[in-house]
Design a protein around this ligand. Structure first.
Ligand code: ADP
Ligand code: 5GP
Length: 188
């Protein structure tokens, strides 16, 4: 069995974080990678758990030191995947990354033998809007910005290995667990 780099992408509010938490809780062979970001923590977020919250200067220093496997800018903030963590962990377990499509495609280019790309899609645009609004974590402007990016994210689905519709949470989770099982059995 091989270890995989499972990349979960999809528009903001589709349920990536919720699915990732369930997958990590139920599979001891899967570890989550914690990204670095320059955005401010939301209520309830803890440094080192959802993200490492760092300053733009620290982020730039770490780019210069080649510390990120990939990084990208979203909504005016920088987000990056720590390279050493991912490379070290992959020797012993599968690693889950919850990142956007640009980051996902970069990860696949850099680690083609390990990366498995899963796009999480909403059952409908109306439902996506409801979930994002329901989460209540963004102001009006940030909410509108995230909704504008939805089309772009979903249009990249054909470049991904799998698309999973997050209609029913438990069903979507099981579908991803089945993908993990199948992919780990592949010999590449
Ligand atoms: P993301 O990480 O993709 O931005 P979240 O995991 O924060 O999205 O989910 C956004 C909101 O949608 C949360 O309030 C979450 O509880 C809810 N949600 C997630 N999956 C489902 C689902 N299958 N059905 C209904 N609500 C869901
Ligand atoms: P949020 O601010 O809602 O937590 O995340 C905004 C976007 O940044 C989401 O699309 C999320 O997937 C993406 N993101 C989070 N971490 C990373 C990362 O390490 N790299 C890249 N490229 N995108 C990330």
């Amino acid at each position: 069995m091989r270890n995989i780099l499972l990349v979960i992408s999809g528009p903001s509010g589709v349920g990536k974080g919720t699915l990732a938490r369930l997958l990590l809780a139920e599979d001891k062979g899967l570890v989550g990678s914690v990204s670095c970001t320059t955005r401010a923590p939301r209520a309830g977020e803890k440094d080192g758990r959802e993200y490492f919250f760092i300053t733009p200067q620290e982020f730039r220093d770490r780019i210069a030191a080649n510390d990120f496997l990939e990084y990208d800018e979203h909504f005016g903030n920088l987000y990056g995947t720590p390279r050493s963590f991912v490379e070290r962990r992959l020797k012993k377990a599968s690693v889950l990354l919850e990142i956007d499509v640009v980051g996902g495609l970069n990860a696949k280019r850099l680690m083609p033998k390990s990366a498995v790309l899963v796009m999480v899609a909403p059952p409908s645009m109306e439902e996506l809007g409801r979930r994002l609004a329901g989460r209540g974590s963004e102001g009006k402007e940030a909410f509108a910005e995230r909704m504008r990016r939805v089309r772009y994210e979903l249009d990249q689905a054909p470049l991904y290995d799998y698309t999973v519709v997050n209609d029913d949470l438990q069903r979507a989770k099981r579908e991803i667990q089945e993908i993990i099982r199948k992919e780990k059995e592949k010999t590449i």
